[in-house]
Design a protein around this ligand. Sequence first.
Ligand code: ADP
Length: 400
Amino acid sequence: MKILVLNAGSSSLKYQLFDMRDNSVLAKGLCERIGICGSKIKHTAESPRRIRDTEVQMDDHQQAISVLLDMLTDSEVGVISSMTEIDAVGHRVVHGEELFSKSSLINDEVLAAIELCCALAPLHNPPNLIGIRACMALMPNIPQVAVFDTAFHQTMPNYAFLYSIPYEYYTRNKIRRYGFHGTSHRYVSSRAAQMLNRPVEELRIITCHLGNGSSVAAIRNGCSVDTTMGFTPLEGLPMGTRSGSIDPAILSYLMEKENLSSDEMLNVLNKKSGMLGLSGISSDFRDLANAAKEGNDRADIALKVFNYSVKKYVGGYSAVLGGVDALVFTAGVGENSPAIRAAIAGGLDYMGLSLDSDKNEAARGVEADISASGSRGRILVIPTNEELVIAKDTEALIKR
Ligand code: ADP
């Protein structure tokens, strides 16, 4: 069975075509600048590897999907002979509110529900929907599945997801913690159980998804019980350009002092804060590490603020779970930065988590157990694979 996985952003579209017999990726690619002049596609076909990186006019997502289907069936860089070889399409959808606690086969009712969720994710859900509609138009007889970033966190208990503001704001305006990166937290927690050779149903796992956007989740018996992102992805850890949690009273104070509108204030918190705001140099963790090494104090403090915040949540979630069987690092920073992992996971011996510095230093972008041999809980590096989860959910739903 062949499954196409799509992740549609406002002007971009990422895709991967999976062969589900062995979960291998047949081809993948990225369409960029959709609807903007100079749109282009980078397509990579595997076995043997063939790459096409070219400018193509793509005025909208439907044209982009049409272009990627041409690539998949192309005589030189194609991997299938016709579109009919695609058995189903899995779509990443950011927000599923309380309406979706699992992935869903898309029908009119599901489409209408995803539409409803646009109010809570006005930047993310609309492009996801455009991608789904474009696929339905181009491939009307191929089943489509929606996989939600929020779904995995729907198991959080109400005392973890409610904010302590008047309850009516929850019932009337749906204000609560939703959490994001759910597909990633789900994937790495289930891989961690496989690596430990124990059922996920009996494990206490803390997963740290540390990339441009970052979140930590507490997972008990395979279910998310708390996570750092909230009503939007802005809450929790400081990130590349996002502030993470700050005292909410700062907003009105700053808006008055700096004469900022609410949109401008939100833009500062989303785009100009975090590592970029603190360092004044870059949102990229590699740039910060290099600058700190060269003696830049603000890059150094930005990294310290990040590491400290992650460590604080790890300690908090250990208390929530009553101990930790596995602490998992994933995403760009978590998979590749021994220094950041050491700053977070060092000194946790009292929790039964002891890091092996040589193993930590050696683990870059590959699955690894980086805990010391005597460590009661394990510290793991697991590259995330959200696309594979989307493909597997899609396969499972269409096989029913
Ligand atoms: P996104 O949230 O955009 O998916 P990623 O998970 O790809 O982000 O993570 C991107 C971040 O990972 C960047 O800030 C990048 O600097 C960081 N990163 C990648 N490799 C390293 C490394 N070797 N050391 C430190 N940071 C790294």
